[in-house]
Design a protein around this ligand. Structure first.
Ligand code: FAD
Length: 444
């Protein structure tokens, strides 16, 4: 029989256990399938759609032009394509997100769906406390995650399949991106990006990962999002290395698995407070709140590091992790606007927009998520800027109005503001007190 390899968040051919499984069954050939699903494409921002299309082109090239792309609802499309090529099984990497689980359950009612592997080193649901329950705090999860371990890379999957190339009426060509630019997409680009980082900044990662001015993180988030590289491939390299840099990097990869696990156990937390005590918190509403929202979105708050971050997001579709925390804290604790509005804006503009990491990165910062942060932690955007962008280079890179201000003085702007750069839209000291008062009303 033939088989189908239905690609979703695993746009590669190397180290892909589901492909090895598809090749084993598909002795008469494997159909490589991707479904353009409006339920996913619609809410994706343009940058993410473009990156997806470029990743699909790269995958199609690896399959010698044989990637079969169709458009529609996977629940009907996947079984009908499988039937058209006479495939007895459809192979996938398991999807643990709320939508993906519902979709796959519906597909599995109509066709034999075989799940092998997942986009994670340790799949959601595998790391549990002694009582079988899920972890709510990262550090103990991390300890168990290390103990649990993961499979070694799936050797040989890249050459395993004889790809089918049928004429199907539903087949469409790989869509063209709407805009040019963005980081190179696809498996080869991802492996090159990883190798460059591994042989370069990784050794110092523990010391420089919090410095947005140095731009010294891996930028692998986009590749991990689309599965152009699997974390297992990266972890296998890390296992051969010594030192604090590789260790710190491995810990960050575990955060990705942790948040996927949290969302798996609490799918409602994609939209609602993980800690329901926060349901009662007061947010600002009305015309002034909308003006603040617009200033935040466009990087016009008058707080240099916040504005730099928001402008980097719009220009690059990416923002440094430290700055994500600063701008998120500013929206929730200085502007008193709900975290889910900011999370939605991030999802519309991030190349690496990932429901689990994004919604829980936001909730962690807002204090209503896992790892319940002390409620009094309100990031001071000025001192955060001075600490993590000490020479002001990150700010000057993204806020041209401030290019004439030398060194770290660019954060506090004590000698005045260049014309064209806005005054602060709020007073941080005042809003910090307001934020603590509102949290106090929750009885915390
Ligand atoms: P590196 O520092 O090189 O880290 C390597 C990898 O580890 C990352 O690619 C990522 O897969 C993982 N990782 C690192 N930090 C985290 C973290 N805090 N949580 C989860 N995984 C992590 N990450 C996303 O992939 N998608 C998102 O939509 C997203 N939204 C975020 C929103 C907020 C408010 C915050 C605070 C964080 C968010 N993150 C998100 C996590 C983190 O900011 C990014 O993963 C990181 O900045 C990506 O850059 P990098 O690949 O160079 O990171």
């Amino acid at each position: 029989p033939a088989s189908v390899m239905w690609f979703r968040r695993d746009l590669r051919t190397g180290d892909l256990p589901a492909l090895s499984a598809a090749a084993e069954t598909g002795v008469d050939g494997v159909l490589g399938l991707f479904v353009l699903d409006e339920s996913i494409l619609g809410p994706s921002g343009e940058v993410r759609r473009d990156h997806l299309f470029r990743s699909l082109s790269a995958l199609d090239e690896q399959l010698d032009g044989r990637l079969c792309v169709v458009r529609g609802d996977p629940v009907s499309m996947v079984p009908s394509v499988a039937a058209a090529v006479g495939a007895s099984e459809v192979h996938v990497s398991a999807d643990y997100g709320p939508y993906g689980r519902r979709r796959d359950a519906a597909v599995a009612e109509r066709v034999q769906l075989v799940r092998t592997g997942s986009p994670y080193a340790v799949a959601p649901g595998r790391v549990t406390k002694a009582d079988g329950g899920p972890y709510r705090v990262f550090t103990p999860y991390f300890g168990r995650w290390l103990d649990h371990g993961w499979r070694g890379p799936a050797a040989g999957s890249a050459d395993a399949a004889a790809w089918l190339d049928p004429e199907l009426p539903a087949r469409v060509s790989v869509p063209r991106p709407a805009a040019s630019g963005g980081p190179p997409a696809g498996e080869r680009a991802a492996l090159e990006r990883w190798a460059r980082f591994r042989d370069g900044d990784l050794a110092d990662y523990h010391r420089i990962r919090d410095r947005p001015d140095l731009d010294a993180t891996s930028r692998l988030s986009v590749d991990l999002k689309y599965g152009s590289v699997h974390p297992r491939t990266v972890l296998a390299d890390l296992a051969r290395m010594r030192g604090a840099g590789p260790e710190a990097f491995r810990r960050q990869l575990a955060w990705r698995d942790f948040y996927a696990d949290v969302l798996y156990h609490r799918p409602d937390s994609a939209r609602r407070n993980y800690d329901s005590r926060f349901d009662a918190i007061r947010y600002d509403t009305g015309p002034d709140a909308e003006l603040s929202w617009a200033a935040w979105c466009e990087g016009r708050t008058g707080y240099p590091i916040v504005d730099a971050g928001m402008r980097q997001l719009l220009a690059e579709g990416w923002m440094h992790n430290r700055v994500r925390m600063i701008v998120a804290s500013f929206l929730v604790k200085d502007l008193h606007l709900p975290w889910w509005r900011g999370a939605g804006y991030f999802m519309a503009h991030l190349l690496d927009g990932d429901l689990a990491s994004n919604q829980h990165g936001w909730q962690w910062t807002a204090g209503c998520g896992t790892d319940a942060a002390p409620y009094f932690r309100v990031f001071n955007p000025t001192t955060q800027g001075e600490k993590f962008d000490p020479d002001g280079e990150y700010v000057r890179r993204w806020v041209p109005e401030l290019r004439g201000v030398p060194g770290g003085a660019v954060h506090a702007l004590k000698s005045g503001r260049p014309s064209g750069y806005p005054d602060p839209i709020v007073d941080h000291a005042v809003e910090r007190r307001e934020s603590l008062a509102r949290l106090g009303e929750l009885g915390r």
